[in-house]
Design a protein around this ligand. Structure first.
Ligand code: FAD
Length: 404
């Protein structure tokens, strides 16, 4: 018996290993990480780690957990190829592992920009703890930072470094921040608050090229011809799923590795979960690839059950959070298809929520510093309950009462 091999020890891979044991799997279990240290939480990297010289990685599980659960965690080991017929993984530098079932939890990586000057020292992106250490070390030495991309990670980094005393400019190609992710009124709010906190924000602007001296970045030149001084440039323009292994095995690929409602790829015995998985979401009916801790965790739990022969389909409610300066953004549901919104709370007070409806169905709640709405939202969407606008406007207690 060769057992289960999990490729990638991020949020998805570690949860899958834990869930296999929780669900009663007793056979050999190998968890392969191409990183050099204990698996850790990614969200704090952009929110706190990079500005705190004392911060240490927050590990997902204590070291003793892996041995205790008989999980063979292999560090600094990269899987290079999968032979789906022989059910074998080939490791970089030689060696191979046979499997009865394999879970691809390889995550995603920052999208690179084909930009002149992109290879200069000081041009960085953030995905791993190693990346975060590089950003932290350099930011201690520089004053001016340009962040390319006004998405969640770019804005979190911008706010964190700005709080840490850096002069930060965010450059976003679209006409608003978080354009792919949130309602326009949230974009407006986030922009205003970040600007008030001293961050400069340029929208509908791209970077033409980066200029350097002695191999180190010195400035970013915008499409409008402005030269912005920057000894550090952070590229935060989204991620691409790590699908190469799956491709080498001939698995069906879309926007990520195609999986069904039980996380099974097109090849029997191989599953995919987390940032790299592309699937039809029960909630919206559309094809998605979600990049969130919730998605990674819940898919991992389900993949473990699938391997153990259970037949339940993925039914988790999607949710996400992001801390940008003094704004805790929380989203539950998916807003695609929204045709009506109800706003509660006080925008000026930095506390409000937007309830999105498609017809009479509540499909998404976006909250800024209103965690109670978010938590209720998870319950409501999980139960398929859609409150009417009156109830929403009556406030949290009315919602609670309606849900009870
Ligand atoms: P990952 O966590 O990326 O893990 C994949 C692992 O597989 C990596 O260690 C990778 O090195 C390894 N790997 C890849 N290929 C191979 C190979 N061939 N062989 C061996 N190992 C391999 N989500 C939220 O919900 N809220 C947040 O606030 C939030 N903040 C974030 C902040 C930052 C800075 C980042 C980078 C992400 C954030 N996310 C957040 C997203 C969240 O972290 C991801 O959705 C989650 O990590 C996905 O888990 P995963 O296991 O699929 O991928």
């Amino acid at each position: 018996k060769n057992g289960v091999v999990i490729v990638g020890a991020g949020h998805a891979g570690v949860q899958a290993a834990a869930s296999l044991r929780d669900e009663g799997y007793d056979g050999p279990l190998t968890l392969i990480s191409d990183e050099g240290e204990l698996p850790y939480h990614k969200p704090p990297l952009s929110k706190t780690f990079i500005k705190d010289s004392e911060a240490r990685p927050q590990i997902l599980r204590a070291e003793s957990f892996y041995a205790g659960a008989r999980i063979d965690l292999r560090f600094a080991t990269r899987v290079e190829r999968i032979d789906p017929v022989a059910q074998r993984l080939e490791l970089a530098g030689g060696g191979a592992l046979s499997f009865d079932a394999a879970i691809l939890a390889t995550g995603s990586r920052p999208r690179l920009l084909p930009l002149s000057g992109a290879l200069l020292a000081g041009v960085l992106s953030l995905r791993s703890i190693e990346d975060a250490r590089r950003i932290r070390a350099l930011s201690a030495e520089v004053e001016d930072v340009v962040v390319l991309g006004g998405g969640f990670i770019g804005l979190e980094i911008a706010a964190t470094l700005s709080l840490g005393g850096r002069r930060v400019t965010v450059v976003e190609a679209q006409d608003r921040l978080l354009g792919r992710a949130v309602a326009p009124s949230i974009s407006v709010h986030v922009r205003r608050r970040l600007e008030e906190s001293g961050i400069r924000i340029l929208t509908q602007t791209t970077i033409e090229r980066l200029e350097g001296a002695d191999g180190h970045v010195e400035a970013a030149i915008t499409s409008a011809g402005e030269r912005i001084a920057a000894r550090m440039v952070i590229v935060g323009v989204g991620v691409v799923p790590n699908t190469e292994l799956a491709q080498s095995a001939g698995l069906e690929i879309g926007n990520g590795i195609r999986v069904d409602g039980r996380m099974q790829t097109s090849v029997p015995g191989i599953l995919a979960i987390g940032d790299n998985a592309n699937y039809r979401h029960w909630f919206s009916g559309g094809d998605v690839r979600l990049e969130s801790v919730q998605n990674a965790t819940d898919q991992a739990k389900l993949a473990a059950r699938t391997i153990l022969g259970h037949q339940d389909d993925y039914r988790s409610v999607p949710w996400f959070w992001s801390d940008i300066g003094d704004m805790k953004l929380q989203m539950v549901g998916l807003s695609q298809g929204s045709d009506r919104t109800v706003i509660v709370g006080d925008v000026a007070d930095n506390k409000f929520s937007i309830f999105h409806y498609e017809g009479s169905r509540l499909i998404c709640i976006e909250s800024v510093n209103r965690p109670a709405d978010h938590m209720l939202g998870r319950k409501m969407l999980g139960a398929g309950f859609s409150p009417d606008a009156e109830t929403v406007l009556a406030g949290t207690d009315a919602l609670k009462a309606a849900l009870a």
